[in-house]
Design a protein around this ligand. Structure first.
Ligand code: NI
Length: 169
């Protein structure tokens, strides 16, 4: 089932998500819905807070469903390692129409549980490391816009406020 994607300014996006206590049928359904919603958007990553659920779950698929082994699901993810820095432009399904250059780790290892509750650990380089950090940020209520400083951030926030006021956000 497709779930509506919340946008910057919606409260659940800006709050810290809670750990998943048990992978219940409801949690599995949520994960399936997140995958469907991510592919439909289309996007390369989606975190549970983006569909209004304050749980520590995210899905990533750099191939957007084109490769069978492209899909990664993490429940209660944690960083094992992060190193290096990269500066690339990125966006977010919750901030449609906006992009900005954000500093991210060049390489990151994330561990957590998969949708069956089995431990998983994946190393990401480049875009995957960037996606890991972007989605982990969502679980802490941080949007890429919050990572920007000064005039760049003010400009985006101002534009979003204007769109919200005119009912276009
Ligand atoms: Ni995002």
């Amino acid at each position: 089932m497709l779930r509506p994607i919340l946008k910057y300014g919606d409260a659940p996006l800006h709050q810290k998500a809670q750990p998943v206590a048990a992978i219940t049928p409801d949690v599995v359904r949520l994960i399936d819905d997140m995958i469907e919603t991510m592919y439909a958007a289309p996007g390369i990553g989606l975190a549970a807070p983006q569909v209004g659920v304050p749980l520590r779950i995210f899905v990533v698929d750099l191939s957007v469903g084109r490769e069978a082994d492209g899909l990664l699901t993490f429940v209660n993810p944690e960083f094992v390692e992060r190193e290096g820095l990269q500066l690339e432009e990125e966006g977010c399904l919750s901030v449609p129409g906006f992009n900005a250059t954000v500093v991210r780790p060049l390489r990151a290892i994330v561990k957590g549980l998969d949708r069956n509750g089995e431990p998983v650990q994946t190393e990401g380089n480049g875009l995957l490391a960037r996606a890991f950090q972007h989605e982990m940020d969502h679980l802490d209520g941080t949007i890429f816009v919050d990572r920007l400083r000064g005039i760049k951030r003010d400009l985006i926030v101002k534009k979003i406020r204007k769109l919200t006021k005119s009912g276009k956000w």
